[in-house]
Design a binder for this molecule. Sequence first.
Ligand code: CP
Length: 312
Amino acid sequence: MYLKSKDLLGLKDLSADEIEFILETAKTMKLILTTKNKKTPHLQGKSIVTLFYENSTRTRLSFELASKYMSASSANISASVSSVAKGESLIDTGKTIDAMGTDVIVLRHPLSGAPHLLAKHVKASVINAGDGMNEHPTQALLDMFTIKEAKGDIKGLRVAIIGDIYHSRVARSNIWGLTKLGAEVCVAGPSTLLPPGIEKTGVKVFNTIQEALIDTDVIIGLRIQLERQKKGLFPTIREYARFFGLDEKRLVLAKKDALVLHPGPVNRGVELTSSVIDCDRSLINEQVTNGVAVRMALLYLLTRRRSNEDIN
Ligand code: CP
């Protein structure tokens, strides 16, 4: 099996079979990642460039480590220290990277649709590492991998996504992916942070965290995105934490074996209390480990696809 597209732009565009295929490949990559010798030749002769117009710790580092573990040549460009700061456009920057024989460009950009635009202008495969408020497909894939690893299957699970749904590309990608794999997805947050018409995507919408937590198998807390907030969407951080923060008292409303996920970085004491972050049902550290395995799988599958002349 091969992925249909040369690029990974969003889970909206992937079939359930393609998502399952990526998650199965990531299982093998996790075995490699957790052995003492992490070096494999899967990407020998390939080059990967991470192009980040926004800050990142997890996504950028995990792509860079995934590239290195699989023997690729890898490099990073941050917009602030590149010719982007001299006014070069995204397309010209992309074409420059492409002309150096790059196989995969991993792009994070504050504007929704930027990876889709870049993908049309370069021969390299483009991976969306988060575009504005649109999608963060590799985050949702690692979330799904983590859930599947812990629960065995995603089909039939009830997953509650709590918080700033409006600004969250993580929520959008998870809604596409989890519903395609047969989960029941609920969302809850202040009404000003719920996108109008969100119920049309097939999710159940709640205005209180308590309602969303009842009988839930998995809780995904979302970061309050202070950098994308317009004033007045919620009164104060303290008020937000009081009404939508997840603490141990509220966690009791979910199933006894409910899991807690968060894409990070977490605002401790706002979205989750420290005791929830560090409890044995929190899989936040596993998500980080699995992020490397999922990104190894994607780099491998996209470069393998490029190497196969029949489908290029
Ligand atoms: N979850 C996530 O995208 O984290 P970073 O911003 O640190 O990459």
